[in-house]
Structure formats: structure tokens, C-alpha cells
Design a protein around this ligand. Structure first.
Ligand SMILES: [Zn+2]
Ligand SMILES: [Zn+2]
Length: 258
């Protein structure tokens, strides 16, 4: 099983430098799950000689365009394949209606000569078990709600993923603020953590700053990879006890233990 970081950068990383932090999980059977489909996904997949045809399933963590902005491309291009394909779409149930009405319907609703299209004209929308779990390639994924953008009134959460491959427990935060008190049970349980990390001088407050992450216990940092970082100079992650910054195109392999 392979976890490929198609990109490891922040939402607005220059294309020459990095792509948005979308990942691809590849099963030994050849099945592929795209973890988030941002506006760069078409280009970042092309770097691996992959296209929409290779995507059988997609997971969407939240509405920001670096995570969901490529869905119109994926929807249209799979629909107009011959024969048409319909990727499976996993997301938190509270997001489905709004993902369609606020993000996608403007472009996807009109199909020539037909009744208005719906979300399921393009994707097989999967039902989650207990609004929290889905299974893909025999792996059970737990959605972990994070506090991403909160203005005191409205919360835009993101849903991270916690799952296990061949006895390795993996936690991908997707986008979150620095909330160790809240995420600690997942940090503790995971064997490997992929944590979004901001390397801007001026904090956006919607991602944890590198400096804040250095205050985490050594034990947590020693299993933590940092991604979703900003363009430019990166601090020395290893010297601070982290595993490192994920590089664009980096692949993590998970093998069956003998
Ligand atoms: Zn993001
Ligand atoms: Zn975001």
C-alpha cells in the first residue's frame, strides 16, 4: 500500500515549487483513493502520469478550494469518458448538501438537453457508518473533526482521517488550528502523523505554526511529518524532533508485517 503526496504545499504554493496537499492512497489491487481534490489535482496527478481515469474514489475533507476545487474537473471528465465513470465520493454527511449547493452546482448542474444534474449524476456518494466511518479497500477510515476556521460564530471544520494499514495507525490532520488538547488522543494512538504546518512569519491562525508544534511532547513529534507548508525557507524540522517536512511527490510505503 502506498501513500503518495501529490503535493505538500499550502493552498497558494507557486506551481513551480509545490502543489496543494492532496494525497493518493494506492492499494495493491491498483485501486486508488484521492485524498482531497484541489484545483492543482489535475496537474499534480499528471506528474505521476495519472489522469481522472485512474481515480476510482475521492475523499473530501472540507470546502476550501485546495481540497475541493478540483471536483468539477473530476466530475465532468469522468462523466464524459466512454463509458462514463462515476467515482465514489466520501465526505462527512453534513458537507454533502453544501458541497453541492455552494461549491459545485454552479458549474455541474447544467448538462445540455437534460434535466438539471444532481450530485449523484457525477459521483457515487457513499453513506458513512454512524456519520463517522467509511471503508475503502478493506481499510476502515475514521473521520476526525478538526477546528479549522472559527470566527466566534461560524465554524468551518475539516475532517481529518485516522486509519490503520497492516497494523500501522495513521493520522492525517488535513487542515486544523493548533488544538493539541483536542487532538491528543489521536496523536497518542497514531504510529505516524501527517500534520499540517504553517511556516509563514505572520500567523493565519487557521493552521498550526511550526513554532507552536515544537511545543508538543517529544514522543508525539518523533512520529510526526509536517506538510501543507508555505513557500520559501523551511525550518530544520529534524533538529526540533520531527520526522521532517514531506517533500512534493514523496511516497510512504506500508507493507504487510511478516
Ligand atoms: Zn488546505
Ligand atoms: Zn482549509
Amino acid at each position: 500500500m502506498k501513500l503518495i503526496f501529490l503535493g505538500s504545499g499550502s493552498a497558494f504554493s507557486p506551481l513551480k515549487e509545490n502543489f496543494q496537499s492532496n494525497m493518493l492512497l494506492e492499494a495493491p489491487s491498483g485501486k486508488r483513493l484521492l485524498i482531497d481534490c484541489g484545483t492543482d489535482a489535475r496537474l499534480s496527478l499528471a506528474k505521476f502520469n495519472l489522469t481522472h481515469k485512474h481515480i476510482n474514489a475521492v475523499y473530501i475533507s472540507h470546502f476550501h478550494a485546495d481540497h475541493a476545487g478540483g471536483l468539477e474537473w473530476l466530475g465532468f471528465s469522468t462523466k464524459f469518458e466512454s463509458p462514463p465513470q462515476k467515482p465514489k465520493l466520501f465526505t462527512h454527511p453534513r458537507m454533502i448538501k453544501r458541497l453541492w449547493s455552494r461549491v459545485l452546482s454552479g458549474g455541474l448542474q447544467s448538462l445540455k438537453g437534460k434535466k438539471p444534474a444532481t450530485f449523484s449524476s457525477f459521483f457515487k456518494i457513499a453513506k458513512l457508518k454512524n456519520k463517522k466511518y467509511f471503508t475503502w479497500a478493506s481499510i476502515r477510515f475514521e473521520l476526525v473533526k478538526t477546528i479549522h476556521v472559527y470566527n466566534g460564530k461560524h465554524l468551518l471544520p475539516s475532517f481529518g482521517l485516522f486509519f490503520e494499514i497492516y497494523k500501522t495507525k495513521i493520522f492525517i490532520t488535513t487542515d486544523t488550528q493548533f488544538t493539541p488538547q483536542y487532538l491528543m488522543p489521536y496523536y497518542q494512538e497514531a504510529d505516524i502523523i501527517f500534520q499540517d504546518c504553517e511556516t509563514l512569519k505572520k500567523a493565519s491562525k487557521v493552521h498550526p505554526q511550526f513554532k507552536s508544534l515544537t511545543t508538543l511532547p517529544e514522543k508525539i513529534k518523533s512520529k510526526m511529518w509536517l506538510y501543507h507548508y508555505n513557500p520559501g525557507h523551511l525550518p530544520h524540522a529534524k533538529a526540533h524532533g520531527f520526522r521532517g517536512f514531506v517533500k512534493r511527490g514523496q511516497i510512504f510505503y506500508f507493507k504487510k508485517l511478516k
